[in-house]
Ligand binder design. Structure first.
Ligand code: ZN
Length: 244
């Protein structure tokens, strides 16, 4: 059961919104989720709506500014995964989160594979230039509600993956490689309903690796998992990564 994790030399980890809720960042589909409370907010995460409507872009930037990612601090769950890396047991840390808290906690950027992008960078949808959010933030704060690219005038968008956008191929390849390299696959704080992120579990299962799930709610993979843990992530993970 959980011993499969404690005994494993090499572990691949997938994290979702559940690991960051203890840091004050709301999830999307949970009881207090962004989309649960305001279904219209889902339009802000659709690339076609974003490109077509200035109104949606203005609302999205306002939402971004209000999101506590800028001031949020990593919690014991993030720190436990830093410890796993320090022990030399982490093959890769795949995350569906865009908050950058794994890196802020101290996980090596080269081991963190951000499947859905990051809020810390901004993309120009026209010339593909990527700029740090820190360069755009002052413009937003000084009243530019829909900032455009200073080079080409194109639409700017947070470097996160919206509905209708494909995931970064290189990131996906690295995630698959980290999964292949591991003895055990650990899924933390993710409902495992979004693909291709959830498909990493299939990769692990097909290769006969134990799948350990730590999540408050049921997931479609619970039956195939070697162990399912429902206790809070920020207390569970530090315990799990500490060898007895
Ligand atoms: Zn541009």
């Amino acid at each position: 059961m959980i011993d499969a994790l404690r005994d494993a030399g090499r572990i691949a980890v997938l994290t979702g919104a559940g690991i960051s809720t203890a840091s004050g960042i709301p999830d999307f589909r949970g009881p207090q989720g962004v989309w649960t409370k305001d279904p219209a907010a889902e339009a802000m995460f659709d690339i076609d709506e974003y490109v077509a409507s200035r109104e949606v872009r203005v609302a999205t930037w306002k939402h971004r500014l209000a999101v506590p990612a800028w001031t949020a601090e990593p919690n014991a769950g993030h720190l436990a995964l830093v410890e796993l890396e320090r022990q030399g047991r982490l093959t890769g840390l795949m995350t569906q989160n865009v908050d950058g808290l794994h890196q802020k906690a101290g996980s090596s950027p080269e081991l963190v594979h951000e499947l859905h992008g990051t809020v810390w960078y901004v993309d120009c949808l026209q010339c593909d230039r990527q700029i740090p959010l820190a360069d755009v933030l002052p413009r937003l704060e000084s009243g530019d509600e829909d900032p455009v690219c200073e080079v080409c005038g194109g639409i700017l968008k947070s470097a996160t993956v919206s509905f209708g956008q494909s995931l970064d191929r290189t990131v996906l390849e690295r995630a698959a490689a980290a999964t292949a390299e591991a003895e055990v696959f650990l899924a933390v704080g993710t409902s495992l309903q979004v693909y291709p992120a959830a498909g990493l579990c299939d990769l692990a299962l097909k290769a006969g690796k134990p799948l350990i799930i730590v999540n408050a709610q049921a997931t479609p993979y619970d039956e195939e998992a070697t162990a399912v843990v429902r206790t809070p992530i920020e207390t569970t993970l530090p315990d799990l990564v500490t060898r007895p």
